[in-house]
Design a protein around this ligand. Structure first.
Ligand SMILES: *Cc1c(COP(=O)(O)O)cnc(C)c1O
Length: 389
């Protein structure tokens, strides 16, 4: 069966077989990890014309091709670039499509380092930056200016998980000539395919679920046909390429991502539902819960939920938040998520300008890992008791 044939198979079948074709490398199931700068040419004429598949390490290898091809199958994209971190997967496409004098609209619940990049480097380069309400929907049209070149979405939003009406936003933004980008890290292409909903460029911190083990940093950016050439040119121009071992680790991670995500989803929903009934918890911010305001959009557009959500404590401040975190034994206190282990962090929302929310107490973000849910709940019960005491 050739690689293309897997596009119509079930998701777990695809994850097991997409990317490389074993027959192209002596039958070995996995592709080689090619460490390369120089690639040799057979003669001067071929060298002058650069007329062969691989020409230099920065411009792709059999290892990067395998992962790019796998991601293209999952995203339905025309092409994918690999960059050294999820943050680079945000900054490279923004630099590719924005110039001095342009205007960019960014969702207010965006991943904080994306905001930092926009507020410092994009502004310094002469780009006008505005933030919009994640609940704006088709109302994005009223915020568009003649020079709005990019609308940058992320759904659900970082830390507070507001769901955006991506099809409506994409429709309005594209009608006015803007490129629509989406940071789709939360859902992965298994649970949401942005390009099917009108988005032009889909961005992932592959550091999270694709890598899955808290030991790799990598970003992927996938574009539709219209945006692919410019994205690829920018990638070459910036020289921002990913290292072969990391690329290999993410391809390896993809093979099990489907089963890992199913367990993350199951554990997280189980724990989230249990938390809804706990005294000391004012709200549970999880798009998969019927009580969550954006649940209808999640249900309409997404086919699953991953393992990260937040809770709002019923009152208190930093002291209660720290008491909660310090009482946890299974949960690690650390940034990032998508690995196999549970993590907790006290969320900072002070940078928001629109989506400030009306939260009764501290917001704690929980990444639910692959541990047994009863142990996770017992740990959280310890945290809640400490916060109450
Ligand atoms: C973690 C994250 C990133 C950045 O990924 P890194 O690999 O840690 O740089 C980007 N976007 C979102 C939504 C993230 O959660």
């Amino acid at each position: 069966m050739s690689k293309g044939d897997y596009a119509n198979k079930g998701i777990h079948t695809r994850l097991a077989h997409i990317g490389n074709d074993p027959r192209e490398f002596f039958g070995f199931v996995n592709p080689p990890v090619v460490h390369a700068s120089t690639v040799l040419f057979p003669d001067a004429a071929t060298m002058a014309a650069r007329n062969q598949k691989y020409t230099y390490g920065t411009r792709g290898t059999p290892t990067t091709d395998a992962l790019c091809s796998a991601i293209d199958t999952l995203e339905g994209s025309a092409g994918t670039i690999l960059v050294p971190s999820g943050l680079a997967a945000v900054t490279i496409p923004l630099l590719a499509f924005l110039s001095a004098g342009d205007h960019v609209l960014i969702v207010d619940s965006v991943y904080h380092p994306t905001r930092n990049f926009a507020d410092t480097m994009l502004k310094r380069l002469g780009v006008e930056v505005d933030y919009y309400d994640p609940l704006v929907g088709a109302g994005i049209s009223t915020l568009m200016k003649p020079n709005t070149k990019v609308v940058f979405t992320e759904s659900p939003g970082s830390n507070t998980f507001e769901m955006q009406d991506i099809p409506a936003i994409a429709r309005e933004a594209k009608a006015r000539g803007a490129v629509v980008m989406m940071d789709n890290t939360w859902a992965t292409p298994l649970y949401f395919r942005p390009l099917d909903h009108g988005v032009d460029i889909s961005i992932h911190a592959a550091t999270k679920y694709p890598a899955g083990h808290s030991d790799v940093l990598l970003g992927t950016v996938s574009a539709n046909e219209a945006c692919w050439k410019r994205l690829q040119e920018t990638h070459f121009t910036m020289g921002c390429c990913a290292a072969p071992d990391d690329v290999y680790q993410v391809l390896r991670g993809l093979r099990t991502m489907g089963v890992r995500l199913e367990r993350h989803e199951e554990n997280a929903l189980d724990v989230a539902r249990w938390l809804e009934g706990q005294p000391g918890v004012s709200r549970v911010l999880h798009p998969g819960l019927e009580s969550f305001p954006g649940h209808d959009i999640w249900k309409r557009d997404f086919s699953g939920a991953s393992g990260i959500f937040s809770i709002v404590l019923a009152g208190g401040g930093e002291r209660e938040a720290h008491a909660f975190l310090d009482a946890l034994e299974i949960f690690g206190l650390g940034y990032s998520w998508g690995g196999y282990e549970s993590l907790a962090v006290h969320v900072f929302l002070g940078d928001r300008t629109v989506a400030k929310g009306d939260y009764q107490g501290p917001v704690i973000r929980l990444q639910i890992g692959l541990e047994n849910p009863e142990d996770i709940k017992a740990d959280l019960a310890r945290g809640l008791a400490a916060a109450a005491g």
